[in-house]
Design a protein around this ligand. Structure first.
Ligand SMILES: [Fe+2]
Length: 189
């Protein structure tokens, strides 16, 4: 029998490094009230040398993801937008289940996540809604949540439709940067 995986949900993870980024964010942003995507905040409108360096790293990671999934890069599209904001900063931070509807590929870059024993994992849910209904537990692995426990310098990339939530973070301080990539086939869209 020929077996074919259908409806795959490609999940990327790896390490990134931008020297001085943490210090820059600390000095230039109010990390206690950084604004979120729903407020229209986009730290990528910051055209500083440091943020441009970070943008270029993010761009490269998205391109690696796109190359591995659809054999294209951002440059193959007519136009694109990238929006990023700061989150995950304070003690007790958590985020209820959501997706990044409207964007196409999303990512989270963990600029500072020193204490991996203090919660704060990001949990991805099988996007095939209710797919596990009625299956015996022998099939559990096919529907399992994927929990990623971040450390400083980690990033994850996933399709924006993939629902996820963030478990409470109990330590004092960390900095996560979610990023949404929008890809347009036509510049007029
Ligand atoms: Fe999210």
């Amino acid at each position: 029998m020929e077996m074919t995986p259908r409806w795959p949900t490609m999940f990327g993870q790896g390490k990134f490094e931008v020297e001085g980024l943490f210090e820059y964010l600390f000095a230039n942003y109010d990390l206690n009230d950084p604004g979120g995507d729903v407020d229209g905040a986009n730290i990528f409108t910051d055209n500083s040398e440091m943020m441009n360096k970070f943008k270029s790293v993010v761009h490269g990671k998205f391109n690696e993801y796109l190359t591995n999934t659809i054999s294209k890069t951002i440059e193959d599209f007519g136009d694109h937008e990238i929006k990023a904001w700061i989150t995950g900063h304070g003690k007790g931070y958590s985020m209820t289940t959501h997706n990044h509807s409207g964007a196409h590929i999303s990512a989270v870059f963990y600029v500072l996540a020193e204490d991996k024993y203090s919660g704060g994992s990001i949990v991805f849910i099988d996007p095939r809604s209710n797919a596990n209904r009625g299956y015996d537990s022998s099939f559990d692995d096919l529907f399992a949540h994927h929990a990623f426990v971040p450390e400083t310098g980690d990033y994850v990339i996933f399709p924006s439709f993939n629902y996820h939530h963030v478990k409470p973070y109990y330590s004092e301080f960390r900095i996560c940067i979610p990023v949404d990539l929008y890809l347009y086939s036509n510049k007029d869209v």
